[in-house]
Each structure stands twice: as structure tokens, then as C-alpha cells.
Design a protein around this ligand. Structure first.
Ligand code: NAP
Length: 314
């Protein structure tokens, strides 16, 4: 039986794996290693301490995994289907096996949110993308649209300038949410043009994206509608946490993020959460790693307590 199972193999889960394994907890990490892992879809990470030249997302992730496995972490590639938890027992069902660990660390991250406009689902993979690092090279010398005003949208728009000849950034306000250094770079880049106070209302094309309809928000009245001819659209309008399998098990906020205290405790003694699936202010690799360490430490303390109680009663 595993002392702890970690679900999610991003920076939070792997750091929890390093700490749990070094604490000599029998630990298994389950991940489906899909392309949605945000670190895999990040080209260059510039704000992780210790890498003045930046580090590729895939490289950092691979190093974290090697480091965790060096201390004994077991990993398995599987999809978690359901979780059942009582104070005495946890049951995790994957597509291939059922596990009953003594504790659970949830580090399932979040997946890109869709725009939910006509044409988006039909043209997904045919010019509609959620990852510039994966798909930008298909748009060499083409015109593309990036939607959103956060760090992801601006970082990815900048990455797209390496390939595309023109990038329209469509943002629903007249101010970006992205960090200032990214804003400065985007404003300086002659390939990027901003369509402020605008939203995408439809994506058109027969077998591939051919145009995107953009409409102004707030003013003027009535709104102005424009069809922008383009070859692709990259959607970066935030994330949805991978927590649906935990509904009715731990407390989630209104957006589905797991509510924990500062020690990564969920309120259920045997369940801990860390990383981007957690309700919090700052979603960064560095914060995910710190939380992974705290979650493993809290799990260790919990296991010490229940094992001590078992010894006293046996
Ligand atoms: P985010 O910060 O939530 O930003 C989402 C953006 O999309 C916002 O600008 C938002 O507009 C816009 N938006 C949301 N729903 C929309 C809709 N339905 N239609 C049109 N626009 C919509 O998400 P993110 O940029 O993906 O970042 C996620 C987290 O990862 C953040 O905490 C971020 O700081 C972090 N991150 C950090 C880095 C880095 O440090 N280098 C890189 C990537 C991500 P409003 O601004 O009007 O709300």
C-alpha cells in the first residue's frame, strides 16, 4: 500500500514527489502526461530562479522528474477516473487500476479555457490552437490572432512573432493583465497590433480558419463588427482547474479551484492540494514547487500521526 499518491506530474506534483520520497514515504505519482501540461507548452521560462538565460519547459520538467525518481519516486502513466475518500480510506480508480493509499496529494493543474464561440470546436486543430509553442511553426509568414491579455497571451504572442508575419492581439479591455516586462516587449514589437476593447464572436472557414469576427465591447453603441482575415487563432483566456473528480470530496471555490490552508491541507485530513489546481493569488512554477514541498511535508506529518496512533492501539 502506498503512503501517498500524487496525482499530477507538473512542477507541484514532482516537487511533492521529491520531498515525499526523501521523507521515505512510499509514493506513487500518477499523470496522463498529456500535452496540456503547461510546462510542456511553455517555450522558455525566464522567471525560474537559477536560470539567468532561461530554461525550456520540457527541460525543466524532465530534470524535476529525474531528480524525483533518483530519490525513489515511482511514476505511472494513467488517467484518474474517480476518487472516493472517507476519513479512513482513499480509493483512486484509474483507467487501468485501483489504488488505496493512506493519503492523497492533488496536483492536477488546469487546462486552457475555450472561447465557446461558433466555429471554435469545428476548426480546432485546423487553425484554432491553445498552444503557440506547439503550433506556431505552422504559421510561418501568416497572419494570426491571439486572444487574451494575461501573461500567457502576451508571452505566446511574442513567441508567435518568430514565425507569423502579423499578430493581432484581441483583448476585451484597454489594459493588459500581463506583467510589465512582457507588455513592454509586446508594445515594442512591430509585428503585434492590439485590437482593444474587443471580443471574438465567431471563427469562420471551410476546412481551416479563414477569418475571425471581432466585435467591440462597451463602446461605441451599437458595437462595431469586423471580419479579420487570418490563418489561425490562438486562444489564451485563462484556465479551468482539473478538479471535477473531487467535487463533493473537498471544498472548491466557485471556479472549481481547491481551497486549502497555508499548509496545503484541504480540510480532509488525508488529502492535500498544491499548484495551479489550488485557489490562490499567484500561479507560477516557483509557487507550484513551494506548495508541492509543503503538501508533501503536511502529508508526512499526517502519516506520522496516524501510524503513531495505530502503534499505540495495537
Ligand atoms: P489569466 O491571467 O487568467 O488571463 C486571462 C486573460 O484572458 C485575461 O486578460 C482575461 O481578460 C482574458 N479573458 C478571460 N476570459 C475571456 C473571455 N471569455 N473572452 C475574452 N477574454 C477573456 O490567464 P493566463 O494568462 O493564462 O495565466 C494563468 C496564470 O498563469 C496566471 O496566474 C499567470 O500569471 C500565470 N502565468 C505566468 C507566466 C509567467 O510568469 N511568465 C506565464 C504564463 C502564465 P481580463 O484581463 O479582462 O480579465
Amino acid at each position: 500500500m502506498y503512503d501517498t499518491i500524487i496525482i499530477g506530474g507538473g512542477p507541484a506534483g514532482l516537487t511533492a514527489g521529491i520531498y515525499a520520497s526523501r521523507a521515505r514515504l512510499k509514493t506513487l505519482l500518477i499523470d496522463n502526461y498529456n500535452i496540456n501540461c503547461q510546462m510542456i507548452t511553455t517555450d522558455l521560462i525566464e522567471n525560474f530562479p537559477g536560470f539567468p538565460e532561461g530554461v525550456r519547459g520540457t527541460e525543466l520538467l524532465s530534470k524535476l522528474k529525474t531528480q524525483a525518481e533518483k530519490f525513489g519516486l515511482k511514476t505511472v502513466s494513467a488517467e484518474v477516473i474517480s476518487a472516493e475518500c472517507t476519513p479512513k480510506q482513499i480509493k483512486i480508480k484509474t483507467d487501468s487500476e485501483t489504488y488505496t493509499p493512506l493519503s492523497l496529494i492533488v496536483a492536477t493543474g488546469a487546462v486552457p479555457r475555450a472561447l465557446d464561440v461558433p466555429g471554435e470546436a469545428e476548426l480546432k486543430g485546423k487553425g484554432v490552437s491553445y498552444c503557440a509553442t506547439c503550433d506556431a511553426a505552422f504559421f510561418r509568414d501568416k497572419t494570426v490572432i491571439a486572444v487574451g491579455g494575461g501573461n500567457t497571451a502576451i508571452e505566446e504572442a511574442l513567441f508567435l512573432t518568430k514565425f507569423a508575419k502579423k499578430i493581432f492581439v484581441v483583448h476585451r479591455r484597454d489594459k493588459l493583465r500581463a506583467t510589465k516586462i512582457l507588455q513592454e516587449r509586446a508594445f515594442k514589437n512591430s509585428k503585434i497590433e492590439f485590437l482593444w476593447n474587443s471580443k471574438v464572436i465567431g471563427i469562420g472557414g471551410t476546412n481551416k480558419v479563414e477569418n475571425v469576427t471581432v466585435e467591440t465591447v462597451r463602446s461605441p453603441s451599437p458595437p462595431k463588427r469586423e471580419k479579420v482575415n487570418c490563418d489561425g487563432i490562438f486562444v489564451f483566456v485563462g484556465y479551468t482547474p482539473n478538479t471535477s473528480f473531487l467535487k463533493n470530496i473537498v471544498k472548491l471555490d466557485e471556479s472549481g479551484y481547491i481551497i486549502t490552508d497555508n499548509e496545503m491541507k484541504t480540510g480532509k485530513d488525508n488529502i492535500f492540494a498544491c499548484g495551479d489546481c489550488r485557489a490562490k493569488m499567484l500561479r507560477q512554477i516557483i509557487t507550484a514547487c513551494g506548495e508541492g514541498a509543503s503538501a508533501a511535508f503536511s502529508a508526512e506529518k499526517y502519516l506520522e500521526k496516524i501510524k503513531k496512533t495505530e502503534c499505540e492501539t495495537c
